[in-house]
Structures are given as C-alpha cells and as structure tokens.
Ligand binder design. Structure first.
Ligand code: SDX
Length: 436
C-alpha cells in the first residue's frame, strides 16, 4: 500500500482537538483511512458491527468489484480462469501468486496427489457420529482432528511447514468429504486414486464401490473442477475472516481451517446453496412456477423472516459473476445428462427472472449469487443436498489457507482483538444472597 497525498481530518463538534488520519491507496478498490492511532489520539474506538466499512487487512490475493460484478484471483478474471485453467492451477495461483507453467503444474499436481490419503486412524472418528449426522458436523470434527496428526510438525513460523500444511489440506479435503458421505450411506470408503485428476478422484471416492469399475464422466469431472474454481476464494468473507482471526493466535493451520468450516456452515454464508435448493424444492412441492408470486410476497413480508436464498450479497451489488458461470455449467451438465427440461432448473430461471424485475429486489440490488445455481448442478452430478456446503468447504480451503499464510507471512501481523461499545451495567457491589 502507498500513502495517498490526501489525509482525513477528524474534527469534533465539542471543540475536541482535530485528528489527522493518513489515507492509503491500494492497487484497486477503495482507499483506506488508517485509524490504528485513533484510540491513542482520541480515546475513542470506531464502531462497525458486521465490518460494513472496515478493511481488516491488506491482501494481494482476491479482488471483488461489487458494482461491476467483477472477481479477480491474483488479477485474473474468474471467467478466464474458469474457462482456461483447472482447479490445481488456480490453487497454485492463489497460493504462490502466479499460474504455473507446465513443469510447475506437473510438480504441484504430483505433490497434491501424493498427499490425498489420510491417516487410517481418521476413520475411527467417523464411527462416533450418527449415520444421519450432517456432513458439515462431521467435517468440522474431521478437519480439526487433522491437527492431532500433524500439529507437532507444523511450525507456522516456518514457511516450508506452512506450505506443506497447505498442500495437505488441499489434498485431503476431498478424501474427508467423500468419507463423510460414504459414512452416511453406509458404504465402504474408497481410497484415493493417483491416476485420476483432482476432481475425477473426488468423483471416484464419492461414487465408486469396491464391487465394480467406476468410470469418471469427463463432463461431470469438468463441471466439478469448475465448481471448485468458482468457490476457491472471495476476499475477506465471514469464513475467511474467521480463519484469519483464529490463525492470528498462532494456532495450527488445521484448527484455523476447522473454524472456517464451522463458519461457512451458516445459511447466510456457505450453507445458502443447500438452503437455496431446499427453497426450490418447497416452491416445487407447493405448486411450482405458479406459486412463485406467493413466495415472493412472503419474502417481502419482513415478519415472515423468509429470504430468497441464493440472492443478495454484502459486496456484489450487481450480478455475481460466479452465478453466471454456474448457470452456464448448469446448462452444460443438464444438457449432457439429457435433463435440459429439469423442472428445478426451469423453476430457478423463472424465479430469477421474476425477482430481477421486482422493485423489492431491484431497489436493494439483490442479484443471484454463487449459491443460487450451484445446488442444481451438484444435484445433477448426484451429490446429495446436505453435502453441498462440504463441497464449498473443500473448494474454499485453498483460499482460506492462502489468506492465512499471507497473514502469517507478514512479520507485522498481530493477534486480532476487536474492542466494543459497552452498554452493560456500571460497576456495582455483590450483595449477600439474603439481600438479593
Ligand atoms: C456467500 O461474503 C462473501 O463473499 C460470501 C460468499 C463467498 O464466496 O464467501 O460470496 C458466499 O455467502 C454468498 C451469500 C449466500 N447467502 C445467501 O444467499 C443467503 C440470502 N442472502 C442474504 O442473507 C443476504 O443477502 C446476505 C447475508 C448475503 C447479505 O446480507 P447483507 O449484506 O447484510 O445485506 P442485508 O441483509 O442488510 O440486506 C439488505 C436488504 C435488507 O432489506 P431492508 O432491511 O433494507 O428492507 O436486502 C434484504 C434485507 O432484508 N435482503 C434480502 C435478501 N438479502 C438481503 N431479502 C430477501 N432475500 C434475500 N436473499
């Protein structure tokens, strides 16, 4: 970041001393006002619940222009990455800052491939869960449990250790998600296969059984790879901020990523893809397209607490570019599977059309986000609805670990410790119980 030639001056109506605050410029996006000395100079905090106007860090990884509906990973537009690269190239880009050349890609792919197995002991953690446990409950446990196997060899101050922890997490997430799935359907776990691609291996571990040869469909493999690319990183969203804050205490990367998994689970965040599909199912069950009007009316009624899941975004006040690419993938996969007349896809497109013409959504700049179509694609691929967010976590792991390593790699980073506006009781004395 570089200092801007303008500064911000904070003046006080009560005659308090004005304070000059430096302004910094980044490469893209809004400038920032540096308030680090504000408390020392004024004895006051800023107040910004939900961090609507707060930059928590400087980062060089991902940039979103919410008004233009633009998403860049290390400067490359998501549309170009989703079309010209695969997920492991994107992982290399997010982790190291550059797309790999052929030799680097082969080496990185080989390294990830040879870390896809998990310790055999991991399967005993699963046995503690009920078979109908939500996959995200299982994943929160399994990812945290990884620190039991690697914690002593992961010195986060050592860049080499940080790099191997990143590779281990990227490599093992598909294995763990597939194990969580197999456990819920009572089928044996399938070991990873080193001759398959990252997405192909995941499909194999999910849907193959020891009883017969499983053939990976190139169309589903490509669709899944694109879903991973679209979900890989997204600036300082709730789960990434959770990973950064958790990691800022110096805990090991596996524990920090487990915190990210837990945060992503929420329906306002990564849980929205599961919620969006269930919303479409509910509208379909109630009568389909003819019931959309009634549903939209419910959404507009504040007391209903019903939201149009898969719509709206804290940053995008235009179409989420990932939603466009996801809709395209939807068409491709449904077309390939002969499901172009899939009633749920048609219902989703009808719902989107009606919403985008409705003043309530237009005035609030609510557009479809990445979660609106991703559920339909995943369902077409055969992924059960409760597993959607686990797939999101699988893909976002590279973003979380890249952001965590960026923070820890900065020698000036500090433990995160926000302050508050206290509105509780002033100091008072405890009375003996007889006098309470
Ligand atoms: C992800 O941050 C990221 O980058 C996240 C993510 C990533 O890749 O990491 O992009 C992934 O989490 C995508 C978002 C998935 N969530 C959903 O689809 C759930 C539905 N969306 C909403 O919950 C909401 O839009 C949020 C949480 C996504 C954004 O909420 P904000 O920015 O806090 O906006 P808001 O709730 O203040 O909404 C502004 C207005 C409100 O109405 P008013 O009070 O002004 O009258 O819009 C309304 C909201 O009630 N509104 C919606 C709505 N989203 C916002 N009304 C109906 N349906 C919706 N979906």
């Amino acid at each position: 970041m570089k200092a801007s030639d303008t500064k911000a001056t904070l003046s006080f109506s009560n005659g308090g001393q004005p304070v000059d605050l430096p302004i910094y410029k980044g490469t893209l996006g809004p400038d920032v006002i540096d308030i680090r000395k504000l408390y020392a100079q004024t004895g006051m905090f800023t107040y910004d619940p939900g961090f609507m106007s707060t930059a928590s860090c400087e980062s060089a990884i991902t940039y979103i222009d919410g008004d233009k509906g633009e998403l860049l990973y290390r400067g490359y537009p998501i549309e170009q990455l989703a079309t010209n690269c695969d997920f492991l190239e994107t992982c290399h880009l997010l982790l190291y800052g550059e797309l790999p050349n052929a030799g680097q890609k082969a080496k990185f792919t080989d390294t990830v491939t040879h870390h896809t197995m998990v310790n055999e002991q991991m399967q005993f953690f699963l046995r503690g869960f009920r078979r109908d446990a939500h996959p995200m409950a299982i994943m929160t446990g399994l990812v945290g449990a990884l620190s039991a196997f690697y914690h002593d060899s992961t010195d986060i101050t050592n860049p080499k250790h940080r790099e191997i922890a990143a590779v281990r997490l990227i490599a093992k997430m598909p294995t763990l998600v597939a194990m969580a799935y197999k456990y819920t359907v009572g089928q044996p776990y399938m070991y990873p296969r080193n001759d398959l691609s990252y997405a192909g291996n995941f499909l194999h571990m999910m849907f193959a059984t020891p009883c017969e040869e499983y053939k990976v469909s190139p169309v589903l493999e490509r669709a899944l790879d694109r879903i991973f690319i679209l979900h890989a990183d997204h600036e300082q969203n709730a789960s990434t901020s959770t990973v950064r804050l958790c990691g800022s205490s110096g805990t090991n990367p596996f524990a920090a990523i487990a915190a990210g998994v837990a945060c992503l689970w929420g329906p306002a965040h990564g849980g929205a893809n599961e919620a969006a599909l269930n919303m479409l199912y509910d509208i379909q069950k109630a009568g389909g397209v003819d019931k959309i009007g009634e549903f939209i009316k419910q959404v507009k009624d504040k007391n209903s607490n019903v939201k149009l899941m898969g719509f709206g975004h804290r940053v995008y006040k235009n179409y989420d570019p990932r939603a466009k690419l996801m809709q395209e993938t939807c068409r491709e996969v449904l077309g390939e599977l002969g499901l172009e007349n899939d009633p749920l896809f048609k219902l989703a497109m009808a719902l989107e059309k009606i919403a985008l013409e409705d003043e309530y959504f237009v005035s609030r700049k609510l557009y479809p986000n990445v979660d609106f179509y991703s559920g339909i694609v995943q369902r077409a691929i055969g992924i059960p609805v409760p597993l959607f967010t686990a797939i999101f976590a699988l893909a976002r792991t590279v973003g979380w670990i890249a952001q965590l390593n960026e923070m820890i790699g900065d020698p000036d980073y500090k433990i995160g410790r926000p302050r508050q506006l206290f509105e509780g009781s002033p100091k008072r004395d405890v009375k003996p119980i007889s006098a309470r």
